[in-house]
Design a protein around this ligand. Structure first.
Ligand SMILES: Nc1nc2c(ncn2[C@@H]2O[C@H](COP(=O)(O)OP(=O)(O)OP(=O)(O)O)[C@@H](O)[C@H]2O)c(=O)[nH]1
Ligand SMILES: [Mg+2]
Length: 327
């Protein structure tokens, strides 16, 4: 019997199955999620006398509920079966891969961030301030190379201190961004939801998903609130256009700040010259292109005219004064 259950969550190709295989070896069970054709992979491993069950969740870009994979993932997390969720992010492309973490912010199930593919990120000259990230997020952050089992020790160290270290992700800054960028409707929905949230979901997480018109969140909140309150929430949602784009914008801004504060790159970017920048800019691109065409024409005329004159004089020498062709 497993004493602790760990779920691996992350975008496709973030390295979940690599870590799952590395930890479990042959102690795996493969089946399907109930009622779905999505593969379910459970496995077991032991460390320091404790047996862990590990679940390799399907790779999804976010926690929306549009595909079978996303619904399976959402339902599993809300089932409360996992004692710990490990979110794997590809450290070589954090702007994109941290979106799953941003979409998780506000779910009250203990979480850790595994910065996988650190070998690639280091090859790119990236330096990640792990302590700084931990401070901002309020949860453990562990650099990983899932493809190399010899580098699993920091992950095992985390397991040894799980009781002390596991905690919820700090979503306060994301909530502030949503209040500022989405506006009054977001704040008004928050006021209508219970302050402490509902079950594992914080009020801010639910408000974001409601504005995204997420079907699972809508039916969940409908089932947990008074009909009158739910009607008010629905009319607020209908006032916000493109809710999913607006919440995504806030999440990407949140990620940008995290990266700006905690990631540096020692390799210089291939810098574009001032001319390249001007030639591709919206303002100067066209005038520069037209100028270059005109300059090309003038140059060809300057070179061509003397040549044409020379050829013309040579031809004239073939005519006599009477304008007849000389013999
Ligand atoms: N260089 C490097 N490659 C890695 C690392 N971890 C995983 N990979 C490679 O990344 C690719 C994707 O890894 P998977 O484990 O299949 O990713 P996944 O998250 O299970 O993907 P999905 O099942 O599609 O969601 C594979 O080719 C792995 O070998 C790592 O730490 N470093
Ligand atoms: Mg996989």
């Amino acid at each position: 019997m497993a004493e602790k259950t760990i779920a691996l969550l992350g975008q496709p190709n973030s390295g979940k199955s690599t870590l799952f295989n590395g930890l479990t070896g042959s102690r795996q069970h493969v089946g399907n999620w109930p009622g779905k054709t999505v593969e379910r992979k459970d496995g077991f491993f032991s460390h320091n006398g404790i047996t862990y069950k590990i679940v390799d969740l399907p790779g999804t870009y976010s926690l929306s509920a549009n595909s079978d994979e996303e619904v399976v993932t959402r339902n599993y997390i809300s089932s409360g079966e996992a004692d710990l969720v490990c979110i794997l992010a590809d450290a070589s492309q954090l702007n994109r891969s941290l979106f799953m973490l941003a979409d998780y912010a506000g779910i009250h199930v203990p979480v850790v961030l595994l910065l996988n593919m650190m070998d690639i990120a280091e090859g790119q000259g990236k330096k990640i301030n792990v302590a700084g990230l931990q401070k901002s997020l309020g949860v453990p952050v562990v650099p990983m190379v899932a493809a190399d089992k010899k580098q699993y020790q920091p992950f095992f160290n985390l397991l040894e201190n799980l009781e002390k270290r596991a905690s919820f992700l700090n979503a306060a800054k994301l909530e502030q961004l949503c209040r500022k960028n989405i506006g009054d409707e977001y704040s008004a929905i928050l006021e209508l939801l219970p302050k402490q949230g509902i079950e594992i979901y914080s009020a801010s997480w639910l408000a974001e998903k409601l504005l995204e018109q997420d079907k699972l969140a809508l039916s969940f909140v409908q089932g947990k609130t008074e009909p009158g309150i739910f009607e008010k929430i629905k009319s607020l949602i209908s006032c916000v256009k493109d809710g999913n784009l607006r919440t995504a914008d806030c999440k990407f801004k949140w990620i940008d700040t995290l990266i700006q504060e905690n990631v540096t790159s020692s390799k210089k970017k291939t810098s574009r010259s001032r001319f390249d920048k001007a030639a591709t800019s919206k303002r100067w691109g066209k005038p520069i292109a037209i100028g270059m065409i005109v300059l090309g024409l003038i140059c060809s005329m300057l070179i061509g005219m003397p040549l044409m004159e020379l050829v013309g004089c040579a031809d004239l020498r073939h005519f006599n004064a009477a304008g007849k062709l000389a013999p």
